[in-house]
Design a protein around this ligand. Structure first.
Ligand SMILES: Cc1cc2nc3c(=O)[nH]c(=O)nc-3n(C[C@H](O)[C@H](O)[C@H](O)COP(=O)(O)O)c2cc1C
Length: 187
């Protein structure tokens, strides 16, 4: 368990932030991966992404290729949901957030420097993500001249946490509007 019903809102909030922060730092932590949901043209779209940083302003940072469908979707509809699940601690975290896309700006440059040489090709494919190809190998061709690296920044408006527990599940909503004070919800 990450927290229990007898903990204070302030303690639960700090524990939660600490755990998300750990997810961004530790590649083996379950919060390292999150589901990013966006509004697609015909369907809601979900996909797994890596949490690269959880900042002091509670912003969630994710790297992607600027040509990917998600970037277009976020440009058209920046309201997203993020989903985390910790199977051992039986905790689910749902985040409502606003997305901004950073390409070739200061934030993108800072993070590009952190991407190892080996991994940079992931943002340098000749063809954009989702392009139809005759064979998989055609999708691996990279051009080192140009990078499509971008940083997605998700600024949260609300964070909801659900702790499963035998003695009773616990669900709490934290809102930016209320200064991140918690309220209990029926699970
Ligand atoms: C474990 C895992 C981690 C992933 N991490 C990322 C990531 O950090 N950034 C990313 O753009 N895609 C990542 N992907 C791929 C996405 O899930 C998705 O397939 C791809 O980005 C295309 O999505 P889109 O067409 O909605 O833009 C990851 C996939 C898996 C399975």
């Amino acid at each position: 368990m990450l927290f229990s019903a007898t903990d204070s809102f302030a303690a639960i909030w700090q524990t939660l932030l600490h755990e998300i922060h750990r997810g961004a730092l530790d590649s083996k932590h379950p919060f390292r991966y999150l589901t990013l949901a966006s509004t697609g043209k015909q369907f809601p779209q979900v996909r797994t992404v890596v949490l690269r940083q959880f900042g002091a302003d509670l912003e969630f940072l994710v790297y992607t290729d600027a040509r990917s469908s998600k970037v277009q979707e976020l440009l058209e509809a920046p309201r997203v949901s993020l989903l985390f699940y910790h199977p051992k601690k039986q905790v689910q975290v749902r985040v409502k957030a606003l997305a901004t896309i950073h390409v070739e700006d200061e934030l993108a440059q800072v993070h590009w420097k952190r991407v190892s040489e080996k991994r940079r090709v992931e943002y340098q494919s000749k063809l954009g993500p989702g392009t139809r190809v005759e064979a998989p190998s055609l999708g691996w061709e990279a051009s080192l001249e140009h990078s499509y690296f971008s940083v997605l920044k998700f600024s949260p408006l609300a964070i909801e946490v659900l702790q499963l527990a035998r003695e009773g599940h616990v669900r709490i909503q934290f809102d930016l509007a209320s200064g991140w004070q918690g309220v209990w919800l029926v699970p």
